[in-house]
Design a protein around this ligand. Structure first.
Ligand SMILES: NC(=O)c1ccc[n+]([C@@H]2O[C@H](COP(=O)([O-])OP(=O)(O)OC[C@H]3O[C@@H](n4cnc5c(N)ncnc54)[C@H](OP(=O)(O)O)[C@@H]3O)[C@@H](O)[C@H]2O)c1
Length: 323
């Protein structure tokens, strides 16, 4: 550690940290500390300008990130939205500037034990997230959780009205049917194209035993609108509450598409979690909503839609090649 940036360097802990670091590295390197008068870290373009100017002249190998907006006493109770906006902005800007301008530097961020839930026992780090989302979806899932926190903060501070719905995998007409789409779209695409070109096999990723919940797109938009109009709660799971094995889905699509060949399961392909299913009791209680379309009907309608799209595309291609 030689050339160091400290955000929040003008604060209580930051000042002490800068003093100690300067003593530690002496003339071997340099500590650049910044407070809000040097750069407003919540202002994206100001942050990028500041880091851009610095990175030509300074070979930073470590960033301590302390800057945060926090005031003690009753202030947090009155200003949750301000805190969310400023601190999320500071954090996303610092992270992005680090990646853009000093990607070789190590970043150490300073957090707080108020992140843990309120109970009397000592908190292990494993408690931080409750049960974590799947590793490969962690970042996407957290941005969704951050949205919930933001909405709660804006509601509390500004008395704004909001709600959220959590969807399972949505499928139906208008979906993507490419191989790398989500499992339902990908399988409908594969089976319909295979039936049309008389292929002998269709490959299904995994062993077919993993289970997923699917919501037909017409039901999804119906539920979203009903929730927007009627929900008085923060968040509702908007699903069917039923999970089906991929094998059952594949066999239903096979039948709907008229594919006459064989299904080949490929267990070497990545398929994610074994089972995912929503508890839909709250949505039924709160707004009396239930999905209407059965899995079989949804698949049948989607297969018909994609078949007609393919025929139109093929007819168009034939016209172009003859024209
Ligand atoms: N103190 C504690 O007991 C404690 C406990 C747990 C965690 N922490 C964490 O430790 C870190 C430092 O705490 P602290 O007590 O030293 O905080 P502090 O005294 O309130 O200092 C906050 C620092 O952040 C800077 N800052 C705030 N908004 C900024 C912005 N928009 N742009 C640029 N800089 C901004 C401030 O700059 P200016 O002063 O120049 O405006 C100041 O240097 C924080 O992340 C805090 O969450 C503290």
């Amino acid at each position: 550690m030689k050339n160091i940036i400290v955000t929040g360097a003008t604060g209580f802990i930051g000042q002490a940290l800068v003093r100690r670091l300067q003593k530690l590295i002496g003339d071997e390197g340099k500590v650049i500390g910044l407070g809000s008068s040097a750069v407003d870290l919540a202002n994206r373009s100001a942050v990028f300008d500041w880091f851009d100017r610095l990175h030509w002249a300074f070979d930073c190998d470590h960033i301590f990130h302390l800057a945060a907006l926090y005031k003690a006493g009753g202030w947090p109770v009155e200003h949750p939205a301000t805190q969310f906006h400023v601190n999320m902005s500071i954090n996303v800007n610092v992270l992005e500037a680090w990646a853009r301008f000093f990607p070789k530097a190590k970043l150490t961020s300073i957090l707080s034990y108020c992140m843990y839930p309120p109970h009397d026992q000592a908190h292990p780090e494993a408690e931080l997230w409750g049960t974590e989302p799947e590793d490969y979806l962690f970042s996407y899932a957290f941005t969704k959780k951050a949205m919930l926190i933001g909405q709660r903060a804006y509601r509390q501070e500004y008395n704004l009205n909001c709600t959220s719905v959590i969807l399972p995998t949505v499928y139906g007409p208008g979906d993507s049917f490419a191989e790398n789409s989500h499992v339902m779209g990908a399988l409908i695409g594969k089976f319909v194209r295979a039936a049309k070109s008389d292929q002998s096999t269709v490959e299904v990723w995994g062993d077919g035993q993993q289970e997923r919940e699917f919501l037909y797109v017409a039901d999804a938009v119906d539920g979203m609108i009903t929730a927007a109009q009627q929900s008085e709660v923060n968040v509702l799971n908007l699903g069917t509450g039923k999970a089906y094995s991929i094998q059952r889905i594949a066999e239903t699509i096979k039948q709907a598409s008229g594919f006459a060949g064989a299904i080949q399961y490929n267990s070497t392909r990545f398929v994610g979690v074994q089972k995912r299913l929503l508890d839909v009791s709250r949505v039924q209680q709160e707004i009396g909503w239930e999905a209407e379309t059965t899995m079989e009907q949804g698949i049948y309608d989607t297969v018909r839609w994609y078949q007609s799209q393919l025929s139109t595309e093929l007819a168009r291609a034939a016209v172009v090649s003859h024209g």
